[in-house]
Design a protein around this ligand. Structure first.
Ligand code: AMP
Ligand code: MG
Length: 343
């Protein structure tokens, strides 16, 4: 059984030493980042990173992101960084941004799931940064959740599923962004977004003139399809209850449709604050104001978990516009609903 350290107000020096010892001994630590919580291990220790796959029940062909505290660590772990890649590093690191680079052999193949590339991220969250810096080694960390389930954005949501699988869980409060990092791979000098996040296509195009969004961001991969980012083909972010995503341009019509759908059903709605008084159920979870995409992104995973605990037969979720971080919100919701979308 693991311990919980409360670092919501400050990092506790003695406990930090314990965290570092656990990581040095090949153990697992759950820690906050600005995106979602991560379940971390020493990225240079093959056995330690294998434990992450076991703890999460993660398929072994889904690579881990390696977290660093400074640029020197990036150059130490990867090779052949191009001019475009360097520009992206300079513009978006530290921050909610992961870049796929060619890896050096010191990164064990269990971390990269056998690929010759590795996803590198430099978190800006103070707790994450401090741990990596003090360890002096990179930390491999996927999102803190059992594989397939919504990512953890606070300790309360994930302690029941992870506390007996790790040594320490660090409570740093709610994460700022609430969605995982933007994952980018540069192909022929063009950044391709494999997974959308807070750093949007528009943000990237301010740094390099063109960026693309991989087609798997919204398309359902065919069975046995070869996808660029192995994570794309696995079940993701999903509550146990069946979910439907409803997304119309006209949000009034969207509300009417939802009211029709849930009539006489034991349904729960994850919807906009403005729609609350009209929706025909007391099982309503407010995800934020219609136009406040940052607020929505912050609430999405905890809302999915809350809805799952309400014992309903159906979860109906309101969709947002696919602009800026809205692209990332919709990418997660579509998967949470297993591609069941009304639009
Ligand atoms: P998570 O583990 O939940 O934080 O998600 C990590 C995401 O990054 C998954 O979608 C992975 O498939 C993707 N990823 C990590 N490393 C690579 C890589 N070398 N190439 C492509 N995608 C990667
Ligand atoms: Mg994940």
């Amino acid at each position: 059984m693991g311990k919980i350290f409360d670092w919501k107000t400050n990092i506790k020096e003695k406990e930090l030493n314990e965290v570092i010892s656990v990581l040095n001994e090949g153990g697992l630590v759950v820690f906050p980042t600005e995106t979602v919580y991560g379940i971390g291990a020493n990225a240079l220790d093959e056995n330690a990173s294998k434990k992450i796959y076991e703890a999460k029940g993660r398929p072994s062909d889904n690579p881990l992101i390696v977290h660093v505290s400074d640029k020197k660590m990036i150059y130490d772990l990867t090779e052949n960084i191009s001019l475009v890649e360097q520009k992206l590093i300079d513009a978006f690191m530290p921050g909610p941004f992961t870049l796929i680079l060619k890896k050096k052999s010191k990164i064990p193949s269990s971390v990269s799931a056998g690929l010759n590339t590795v996803g590198i991220r430099m978190p800006s969250n103070k707790i994450a940064h401090t741990i990596i810096e003090k360890l002096g080694k990179p930390i491999a960390a996927p999102s803190a959740n059992v594989s397939g389930r919504p990512s953890g954005t606070n300790i309360e949501d994930i302690k029941y599923e992870l506390l007996d699988r790790v040594s320490i869980m660090i409570d740093g409060g709610d994460t700022d962004i609430g969605l995982e990092s933007t994952v980018v791979k540069v192909e022929d000098d063009i950044p391709v977004i494999l997974r959308p996040g807070k750093i949007s296509k528009e943000d990237i195009e301010k740094v390099v003139k063109e960026a693309r969004v991989d087609k798997n961001v919204f398309e359902e991969p065919k069975e046995n399809a070869v996808v660029e980012s192995p994570g794309m083909k696995h079940k993701h972010y999903a509550p146990k209850t069946r979910c439907i995503l409803v997304n119309y341009e006209d949000k009034k019509k969207q509300l009417e449709e939802i009211n029709k759908m849930i009539e006489n059903k034991n349904a729960c709605v994850i919807g906009f604050k403005e729609h609350k008084p009209f929706i025909n159920t007391n099982k309503f979870i407010n995800i934020g104001k219609i136009d406040n995409l940052n607020e929505i992104s912050k609430n999405i995973f905890s809302s999915l978990r809350k809805a799952d605990n309400m014992n309903c037969d159906l979860i109906v979720i309101e969709g947002t516009k696919k602009e800026g971080i809205g692209l990332a919100i919709m990418n997660r919701l579509i998967r949470a609903c297993n591609y069941d979308v009304k639009e």
